[in-house]
Ligand binder design. Structure first.
Ligand SMILES: Nc1ncnc2c1ncn2[C@@H]1O[C@H](COP(=O)(O)OP(=O)(O)OP(=O)(O)O)[C@@H](O)[C@H]1O
Length: 309
């Protein structure tokens, strides 16, 4: 099956000459969750806005469910639900009406059951007759998601869905996204919360200065770039790293009670066996050993700073 979203050499140069997108290529399969990660100003919002027809690309093509975003704009846009970064809602409008109205904008017939279902899913049903201005910030954000889904789009863009949202609501949002995925909705989200990408996304695309540095399965990215740290807890504190362990990439904790050794999981030889033999030879008594893997956050920071050099 053809990818639901196909982006080919998409470029955007803003008036004034700033190149915000420098030839983006990206294919997204139906039902996939892709996290778009990148530092401030990387071009994430520009990419989303371009795909949604809010911003005109300078060159390149993109299709949504086979419809070209330029030559078949209306039909392409119909396939998309957009949850923008900023909350734009008319304060005096009613919650339920927002969803009905949004559906109507796409020329879809009124569907009370569908709108009620969305209101219930996002715990807004009891508030359906309230005005937007009576809602909390988190509730408003949920109205935005309900609105974006009211015309039954195939692809949902979430531009930083959980920015400024408390932990409980963030978890709710993750659950809602997981449920939408089960229904076959394709989701592209931008986030600064890297644990969010790690928890939800099937693939992660890293974008920096208008270019995609990499797109990879979340699990493979972790494995490919992941480093592990072996921590050796000691029975007796060490004042310094003993000469017998010199030349190894070791760090001693400030309290002298643990040594940590960072190694590449991809390497043919991790050096762990040699390290352990030397620890034993040096007469160091161990209390415990553990390993930890780098989080996506660490990988991401590494990648972005590597690119910056
Ligand atoms: N209308 C515009 N005119 C000129 N430059 C713009 C315009 N909109 C965005 N830019 C520039 O394009 C670059 C990419 O911005 P964009 O908003 O796409 O980044 P982002 O990755 O979404 O950032 P953030 O994480 O901060 O939301 C930035 O350098 C920004 O200043």
């Amino acid at each position: 099956m053809a990818p639901i979203l196909q982006v080919k050499d998409l470029r955007k140069t803003y008036e004034g000459g700033f190149e915000a997108l420098k030839g983006i290529n990206l294919d997204i399969e139906e039902g996939e969750i892709l996290a778009l990660l990148g530092p401030n100003g990387a071009g994430k919002t520009t990419l989303i806005s371009t795909l949604c027809g809010i911003t005109q690309p300078t060159s390149g093509t993109a299709t949504v469910a086979g419809f070209d975003i330029r030559t078949d704009y209306r039909r392409a846009r119909e396939q998309i639900g957009l949850v923008p970064q900023e909350i734009h809602l008319e304060p005096f409008s009613y919650v339920g009406a927002n969803l009905h109205f949004s559906r109507g904008l796409f020329g879809k017939p009124r569907n009370d059951a569908l709108v009620d279902g969305l209101l219930k899913r996002f715990s807004l049903y009891d508030k359906r007759r309230n005005r937007v201005r009576e809602l909390s910030g988190g509730m408003k954000r949920r109205v935005l998601i309900g609105k974006a889904l009211a015309h039954e789009p195939k692809v949902l863009f979430l531009d930083e869905p959980t920015a400024g949202v408390d932990v409980a609501l963030r978890k709710d949002m993750w659950d809602a996204v997981a449920e939408l995925k089960k229904e076959g909705v394709t989701i592209i989200l931008t986030t600064h919360y890297i644990e969010e990408a790690e928890a939800m996304a099937d693939r992660v695309a890293v974008i920096r200065k208008g270019e995609i540095l990499m797109v990879e399965q979340t699990s493979e990215l972790m494995q490919r770039l992941g480093r592990k740290v072996l921590t050796i807890e000691l029975r007796e504190p060490l004042a310094g790293i003993p000469p017998a362990l010199g030349g190894l990439d070791l760090e001693l904790a400030p309290d002298g009670l643990s040594l940590s050794y960072s190694y590449d999981t991809r390497a043919e030889r991790t050096g762990i066996a040699g390290l352990m033999a030397r620890v034993q030879e040096a007469g160091i008594v161990l209390k415990d050993i553990s390993t930890t893997e780098s989080t996506l956050e660490e990988i991401f920071v590494d990648l972005v700073s590597e690119g910056a050099q």
